[in-house]
Design a protein around this ligand. Structure first.
Ligand SMILES: NC(=O)c1ccc[n+]([C@@H]2O[C@H](COP(=O)([O-])OP(=O)(O)OC[C@H]3O[C@@H](n4cnc5c(N)ncnc54)[C@H](O)[C@@H]3O)[C@@H](O)[C@H]2O)c1
Length: 252
């Protein structure tokens, strides 16, 4: 039987790639996004579109009422504001939490009720929820909480055959990463062992895997898709510049 996934943030770079990946394995997809372009994206992919704000309770209820018994929910919609601590406003704090944390919570709660035959919830977190980054107070806290929320859902939904996992992308090519100031781009390229940003498809591939039965025993995990960034400590530049095999190895 064809399964259906709800993907929020479906008009954005990563959400679109996730929807494409799920369509490629013949899932039906319902794209949810506040941007009008969600209609065009959905038409391109042969998906359904819901143009609405996920922070709006009535809008969420309408999505859940329309998509019957979904097999997956991907909480991908998110916003980022890069603001140093002294300048973080109450409005920024509240809007970031509403979008990145509260809406995924309530949507997961509502969708889990309507998952009648098991399912998968995948939360798109961020490496900013694992490590601190300059200007990422509201964003990083929202994503760290989302990672913990993932574990709570994994625990309580396990008896119903529903998995819940998070993906923590490092920087990804696209609109959101275009907001990175040049010094931070340089910093990332120096500290990511693979010395590059991810492609949206690389995030999508991990999400699609987590939605399939092959990932059925994985739950409560946060998988960083970050080119090795969170794994690395000292010596990234040395590793990036190393010739391999080292020239002297041949003579040993
Ligand atoms: N791009 C990156 O470098 C990066 C890195 C780590 C994590 N992430 C996370 O990945 C997710 C997707 O990011 P992206 O790069 O595709 O960004 P994006 O800006 O291209 O897409 C985000 C989408 O979410 C939608 N959205 C925002 N608020 C919404 C709301 N209230 N209701 C409905 N839709 C809403 C936007 O309209 C947009 O289409 C986000 O949660 C982001 O935090 C991105």
């Amino acid at each position: 039987m064809t399964k259906t996934a709800i993907v929020t943030g479906g008009a954005g770079d990563i959400g679109k790639a996730i929807a494409r990946g799920l369509r490629e394995i013949d899932w039906d997809v319902a794209l949810v996004d506040v941007a009008e372009t969600v209609h065009e994206t959905a038409a391109d992919l042969g998906a359904r579109a819901f143009c609405c704000d996920i922070t709006d309770r009535t809008a969420r209820a309408e999505v859940v009422a329309t998509v019957s018994s979904p097999g997956a929910l991907v909480n991908c919609a998110g916003i980022v504001r890069l603001t140093p601590v002294p300048d973080v406003s109450e409005a920024e704090w509240r809007q970031t939490m509403e979008t990145n944390l509260y809406a995924p919570f309530f949507l997961s709660q509502e969708v889990a009720r309507s998952m009648t035959d098991g399912g998968a919830i995948v939360n798109i977190a961020s490496v900013s929820g694992l490590r601190a980054g300059f200007g990422r107070m509201s964003y990083g806290v929202s994503k760290a909480a989302l990672i913990h929320m993932t574990k709570q859902f994994a625990l309580e939904l396990a008896p119903r055959g529903i998995t819940c996992n998070a993906i923590a992308p490092g920087p990804v090519e696209g609109d959101m990463a275009r907001a990175h100031p040049p010094d931070q781009v340089a910093d990332y390229l120096k500290t990511i062992p693979q010395a590059r940003y991810a492609k949206a498809k690389e995030i999508a591939d991990a999400v699609v895997f987590l939605c399939t039965p092959a990932a059925g025993h994985i739950s409560g995990q946060c998988i960083a898709v970050d080119g090795g960034w969170t794994a690395a400590g000292v010596g990234v530049a040395a590793a990036q510049n190393q010739t391999w095999p080292p020239p002297d190895l041949a003579t040993r």
